[in-house]
Structures are given as C-alpha cells and as structure tokens.
Design a protein around this ligand. Structure first.
Ligand code: ADP
Ligand code: ADP
Ligand code: ZN
Length: 218
C-alpha cells in the first residue's frame, strides 16, 4: 500500500508517518529529512538546499522529482511507502503519477491533515527531535517522559530545525497555500483524497487514519 500524507508544515505528517511505519511496516519517505541529510553532508546539493530551506521556499521540481524517483526505487519501498513532504506542487504530482504508473505501484490514498494556520505556528515553534534516533517531540504537546532524555533511545541530545522559527514559518505557510494546496482538488478529482482532522490529539489523528486504511495485515 502506497500513501501520501498531505498537509501544511507542522500538521503532523512526520509524526503520523513514523507511527504508520511501525504499525503497517511501510517505508517513510520524507523529502525534508533527505534534504536535511544533504545539508549535513555539505554536498553541493546540500548547500543549495540550505539557502532555500532557510528562506522557507521550495526546492526546484526537477531536483525533487529525481530525488524521489531514486528513493522509491530502493528495495525497502517495494513493501509500500508513505510519502511525507512530496509532492508539494502540481508538476511534482504529475511526475509522481507517471512514475507510479510506469513502475506499477498504485497510490491507495492521499490523506490530508487539516490544521489551522494559528495552530501550526505553535506546533512548529515547539518542535524538536532526538539527535540520535530522530524521535519527534514538542515542548507542550509531546514532552519527554523524563525531561532531557529521549523516551525511545535514552539519548540526551536534541535538535531544533533552523527553519522552525517565526520568521521562516510565514513563508513556508504561504508556499503551502500557493503551491501545495492545489494538490487537494488534484487528488480530489482522482477520487483519492481523504480528510482527517489534524487539530485532534495525536492518538485520535492516528485512529482516523487507521479507519481509512483498515487494520494492518499479519
Ligand atoms: P515540514 O515539516 O515543514 O512540512 P519538510 O521537512 O517536509 O517540512 O521540508 C522542509 C523544507 O524542505 C521545505 O520547506 C522545502 O524547502 C524543502 N522541501 C521538502 N520537500 C520538498 C519538495 N517535495 N519540494 C520542494 N521542496 C521541498
Ligand atoms: P510535519 O511533519 O507535518 O511538519 P510534525 O509531525 O513534525 O509535522 O509535527 C509538528 C510538531 O507538532 C511536532 O513537535 C509534533 O510533536 C507536534 N504534533 C504532531 N501532531 C500533533 C497533534 N495531533 N497535536 C499536537 N501536537 C502535534
Ligand atoms: Zn532517541
């Protein structure tokens, strides 16, 4: 089963994708995480990505389409994948349609996480992740059970994203509304769009998604 999680920055895509990865055995494909790995590596692509991400703008479609194509060709994607952060523009969605058709990997659902802009600013400004295992947290909505220690791996170092600041968030939300929101009618017309209340608490969002997907197999 192949899925897309669609929603504005901070909507909860990464949080839900990780849960689906565990419960359904799907591969989480996060283009944002892939770009952050490039930035960290200092590659030429990473240097370009760093500047664009800090401005809250989108990377060029051609680069992202090539990156996604290479990623879903990896063996682990053949068990099914969850796209988190791709597609973000209509040209990316069109290229994805072609890729999925050519490779015989059908898209089961596009799940939209609906969250108000005001709530997104609070979600993004409180977000942090474990430096060791990548587990996601929030200052207010998902604190570590023991302060300063990762629930999952016991790590004690945490990362806050450079673009998770009030100045960049406005540009990211604008990019979402202008460039990504047109994907909602695009997938609506394909009969693939499913809407979930992303304002609900995390466990309730998961329940709504699982109601769409059905129980995991096995
Ligand atoms: P968020 O968690 O805010 O939804 P991501 O981690 O998915 O953000 O992406 C962070 C940044 O990486 C974006 O603001 C954008 O600059 C870039 N990016 C990620 N995926 C794409 C994509 N599919 N197309 C263009 N830019 C992308
Ligand atoms: P995205 O991948 O869409 O940018 P994340 O999954 O990183 O979003 O979530 C953004 C922040 O909000 C994180 O700090 C996360 O812990 C928190 N969060 C995620 N889902 C919810 C929810 N349903 N209610 C409250 N906070 C949430
Ligand atoms: Zn950890």
């Amino acid at each position: 089963m192949n899925l897309i999680l669609l929603g504005p920055p901070g909507a909860g895509k990464g949080t839900q994708a990780k849960l689906l990865e565990e419960r359904y055995g799907l591969a989480q494909v996060s283009t944002g995480d892939m770009l952050r790995a490039e930035v960290k590596s200092g590659s030429e692509l990473g240097q370009k990505a760093k500047a664009i991400m800090e401005r809250g703008e989108l990377m060029p479609d051609s680069i992202m389409i090539a990156m996604l194509g290479a990623r879903v060709a990896q063996p682990d994607a053949s068990r099914g994948f969850i796209l988190d952060g791709f597609p973000r523009t209509v040209p990316q969605a069109e290229a994805l349609d072609v890729l999925l058709r050519e490779t015989g990997m059908p898209l089961a659902h596009v799940i939209e996480l609906q969250v108000d802009d005001a709530a997104l600013v609070e979600r993004i400004s409180g977000r942090f992740t474990c430096a060791k295992c990548g587990e996601g947290y929030h200052d207010r909505f998902k604190a570590c059970r023991i302060a300063g220690t990762c629930d999952k791996c016991g790590g004690t170092e945490f990362i806050r994203r450079a673009d998770d600041n009030a100045a960049t968030v406005g540009a990211r939300l604008e990019a979402y509304h202008r460039q990504t929101a047109p994907l909602l009618p695009y997938y609506g017309a394909q009969g693939k769009l499913r809407v979930v209340d992303g304002m609900a608490e995390m466990a309730e969002v998961s329940r709504q998604i699982e109601a769409i997907l059905g129980a995991p197999r096995g």
